[in-house]
Design a protein around this ligand. Structure first.
Ligand code: AMP
Length: 195
């Protein structure tokens, strides 16, 4: 089993969500720090993004924010993260999220989180990205997304094997287990990318 050194976390930027989402983010962040894992994220100071960074910093872990310049200009960035990478645009930022990470973790979020997740799934289907993609389905938040993905398979838009691209998990304390039990993937996925 490959040692997990660095992960990227996609999560929501809204503050107006139930406290249970903040609690889950805290638990997950603590688990990552306890395992000496560097965290890469979108650099935000609010919502689950802010909670993630606050907790990693409090627990004395390492967190890197990646954000386009225009977001810094409107003060979206968290002021205390260990390192910041500012990108020209959103496309470059999404590309950077995947560089050198051992897994991608998706927490509940809105359209920005969905977009990041869907790009990662698409690249993995093509064999360009091969690392585990784990999705925290807290209290069924992502049930409808999983139903939709199942429907794409049922209707022939994706193949059965493509369901191995992502790994749902429900307990934020079990994030490492979710990563380690993900189905191994390789660049050969391009051979069955087409249905
Ligand atoms: P969402 O899941 O829609 O909240 O989107 C999270 C993503 O939205 C982030 O990765 C950013 O692309 C963007 N975003 C929206 N608002 C903010 C914010 N205040 N700070 C940082 N990123 C934000």
């Amino acid at each position: 089993m490959q040692k997990i050194k660095k992960v990227c976390v996609y999560c929501g930027s809204s503050d107006k969500v139930d406290p249970k989402y903040f609690e889950a983010t805290k638990t997950l962040a603590k688990s990552l720090v306890k395992n000496n894992i560097t965290v890469v994220y979108g650099g935000g100071a609010r919502g689950l993004m802010g909670q993630l960074a606050d907790t990693v910093i409090e627990e004395k872990g390492r967190i890197i924010g990646i954000m386009p310049h225009f977001m810094k200009e409107v003060e979206f960035h968290h002021k205390d993260v260990n390192e910041f990478i500012f990108t020209a645009d959103m496309h470059e930022r999404k590309k950077q999220f995947m560089v050198g990470v051992d897994a991608l973790i998706t927490l509940p979020g809105g359209c920005g989180t969905f977009e990041e997740l869907m790009e990662a799934i698409t690249l993995k289907r093509l064999g360009i990205f091969t690392k585990p993609i784990v999705i925290l389905n807290l209290d069924g938040y992502y049930d409808k997304l999983f139903d939709m993905l199942d429907l794409t398979v049922e209707e022939g838009f994706m193949g059965e094997k493509h369901k191995d691209i992502w790994t749902p998990f429900e307990n934020p304390a079990k994030v490492i287990e979710a990563i380690n039990t993900s189905v191994p993937w390789s660049h050969d996925a391009i051979k069955f990318a087409q249905v």
